[in-house]
Write a protein that binds this ligand. Structure first.
Ligand code: GAL
Length: 663
């Protein structure tokens, strides 16, 4: 089995054979194959069946499940079961349980009840991984692995346990080498927090008021490193015992508690779990968006993650061989975990899958095969009804499979002209010190992403590294609070147009105001000094002379001699400033203003953009251009694409319609 990308984009499904009588398995496998589904993910929650008693493995049932799937020509993605440690293990090792920020031990009874820092659990994780890898590593049906399941789901990255305290102290000792160095870096002279030894450092919870921001940031960095180490330990074992089988992990949407780029360094395939109506309901929770896109999902939210995790999939194997999948795709039916769980509009399920394929996903795999009549997720739709007969998703699989056969897209890994920088350290800075309630790096980056997509631009979402920004025409880096060492120089050297601010370069690595004032090192590109930042409530935006506004976040900037003030606020402060190829926006622009600024930047960079109806989105890939209607009304795009050579669909797009044009 090779690591090279698949010959055709493919469909998959998440399957739990252990939930159903064995007599049913051949029927399931036959139906999967008949629907054109090729990849079947199994195993990730089945530890208590694999090892019913400590040290006593029962592989017989899993062997038979492998055999049935193999007999039907299906390919297996095998998950390690470490998200669901069995009760006997918890009873033997009760301190493996995570501890929440209030100091409460998290109980057994659902899943993800472990603490990443617990060395005993880490040993258990390696043991079960090794046992599985030895058993199934070279099985002919085994196509890929998944480590664990959704690291961090249910708020489980940060644990305030004894194990975490010990681990954090060791990590700090490694990083700073001496308590004096830590004292200097953390500025512990503030509020008399000087430490005499690393053993005096506590976890940053349960203090009277907020602990020092760098204390919190270092704890987040430490916790992220534990996820990286946990994943790496499994990946190393799998690589040793199952050579040639790619390793994946399934990331989540709008989840930023660990650095996904770092974890991806150990993955051959980055995957993620896309639930458009759930995200719209729960993560976005925005009335205006909800009203426009209920039953469809937000036009740019899932797309953003495709573009982020595609980059993650390139970390280990390089851009050319980067690989990514959607491991769990919402079926075209209601979920169980939104605030409300609307039925997707007809066509929405198809649009989601095509958006992912257009973004280059090798496999889109639905969650889940059959809706379970029991358990926590009994209200979550599957491709089959609880009684085992086809639901809408099953028919959709057949439909898309036929479309894939007809269209046979050949996704390209070519770099997008535009790179949008997303950075976990900067997200943590904003979570720790938002300055204005609710301001996050994620949301600020997302608003720029929306503006770019509205202009018909295909974007790569990338980390702040020299490699990631090379070969671009435009680099957009808003609220990149911490510029990693060397990144400002890379921006200066890369030759692209740069759009930065607000708050880019506002902190140094130690969460302090940089020497010479913000934007710190960015002053290599644009000679400005930030003297003050104010945040305001939603009802008092800052009017700009151009007619737009800054919404709640505005900086007071002192420009150097070489800087041009392009725009000002009504009260006369510089709002948009430029020097050579760099433009700095000194506030959080409203949607229309941001759209205008983005289009101007695209023009300066020489990137062609489009005028599209509000709910229409476009994605270019290889020789194809995909067009999507995320609106609840039909749109006619015949005039927008006059010479279109259609490969799929028509330009009169129904709600949730998809068309594909040859470029
Ligand atoms: C995911 C998870 C799955 C399942 C699914 C339901 O977060 O990985 O196991 O719970 O959500 O939508």
């Amino acid at each position: 089995m090779s690591l090279s990308p698949l010959s055709r984009q493919a469909l998959g499904v998440c399957y739990y054979p252990e939930h159903w009588p064995e007599e049913r398995w051949p029927t399931d496998a036959r139906m999967m194959a008949e629907a054109g589904i090729e990849y079947i993910r199994i195993g990730e929650f089945a530890w208590s069946l694999m090892e019913p008693e400590p040290g006593t493995y029962d592989w017989a049932w899993l062997d038979r499940a492998f055999q049935v799937l193999h007999d039907h020509g299906l390919k297996i993605v095998l998950g390690t079961p470490t998200a669901t440690a069995p009760k006997w293990l918890v009873d033997r090792m009760p301190d493996m349980l995570g501890v929440d920020v209030e100091g409460r031990v998290r109980g057994f009874g659902s899943r993800r009840h472990y603490c990443f820092s617990h060395q005993g659990y880490r040993t258990e994780s390696r043991r079960i991984t090794q046992a599985m890898a030895e058993r199934y590593g070279d099985h002919p049906a085994l196509a890929a692995w998944q480590t664990d399941n959704e690291f961090g789901c249910h708020n489980t990255i940060y644990s305030y346990s004894d194990a975490a305290r010990t681990g954090f102290r060791e990590w700090l000792a490694q990083k700073y080498q001496s308590p004096d160095a830590l004292n200097r870096a953390w500025g512990t002279v503030f509020w008399s927090m000087t430490y005499r030894s690393f053993d005096e450092v506590e976890l940053p919870n349960l203090a009277v008021t907020q602990t020092s921001p760098i204390h919190q940031l270092d704890f987040r960095r430490y916790s992220s490193d534990q996820v990286v180490a946990f994943n790496r330990e499994q990946a190393d074992i799998i690589r040793a015992h199952s050579p040639g089988r790619p390793i994946s992990h399934n990331f989540m949407g709008k989840f930023t508690d660990f650095d996904h780029y770092d974890v991806s360094d150990d993955l051959d395939i980055a995957t993620w779990d896309a639930y458009p109506t759930g995200f719209l309901e729960r993560e976005l929770n925005d009335e205006t968006l909800l009203k426009k896109h209920i039953g469809i999902g937000a036009p740019d939210f899932d797309a953003f993650h495709h573009d982020l995790y595609r980059t993650c999939g390139q970390r280990r194997n390089g851009t050319e061989n980067g690989r990514w999948w959607v491991m769990e795709q919402q079926p075209p039916g209601p979920l169980n975990w939104g605030n409300y769980n609307p039925a997707p509009l007809p066509g929405a399920g198809r649009l989601w899958v095509w958006e992912a394929f257009a973004a280059g996903a090798e496999v889109v795999s639905w969650f889940r095969w059959r809706q379970p009549p029991f358990g926590q997720e009994q209200m979550h739709e599957g491709l089959l009804l609880p009684d085992g007969t086809p639901n809408h998703g099953y028919d959709l699989a057949k439909e898309i499979s036929a479309e894939l056969d007809a269209l046979r897209p050949e996704p390209s890994n070519a770099r997008a002209e535009v790179a949008l920088v997303f950075d976990y350290d900067s997200e943590w800075v904003m979570k720790i010190m938002p300055h204005g309630r609710g301001t996050t790096h994620f949301d600020t980056v997302m608003s720029h992403y929306v503006a770019l997509r509205r202009a018909g631009i295909s974007v790569d979402v990338v980390p702040p590294t020299a490699e990631a920004i090379s070969g671009r025409k435009l680099i957009v880096a808003p609220m990149l609070a911490i510029l990693p060492d060397g990144f400002a120089q890379a921006l200066a050297d890369c030759g692209a147009e740069i759009l930065a601010g607000p708050w880019t370069g506002s902190k140094d690595r130690n969460f302090a105001i940089p020497e010479g004032l913000p934007p710190g090192e960015l002053r290599k590109l644009i000679d400005i000094r930030l003297r003050r930042v104010e945040t305001r409530r939603a009802f008092s935006p800052i009017p700009l002379a151009s007619g737009g506004t800054f919404d709640g976040w505005r900086e007071f900037i002192e420009p150097g001699a070489a800087v041009t003030v392009e725009e000002a606020s009504e009260d006369g402060h510089p709002a948009v400033l430029s020097q050579d190829r760099t433009t700095y926006v000194a506030g959080r622009a409203d949607e229309a203003t941001l759209a205008r600024l983005i289009r101007a930047a695209l023009d300066r960079a020489g990137v062609a953009h489009l005028d599209l109806p509000e709910h229409v989105r476009v994605r270019d890939n290889g020789s194809l251009r995909f067009v999507f209607n995320y609106g609840r009304e039909a749109v006619d795009l015949t005039d927008a694409f006059p010479d279109a050579d259609l490969a799929m669909g028509t330009l009169s797009l129904d709600p949730c319609g998809v068309a594909c044009l040859k470029r």
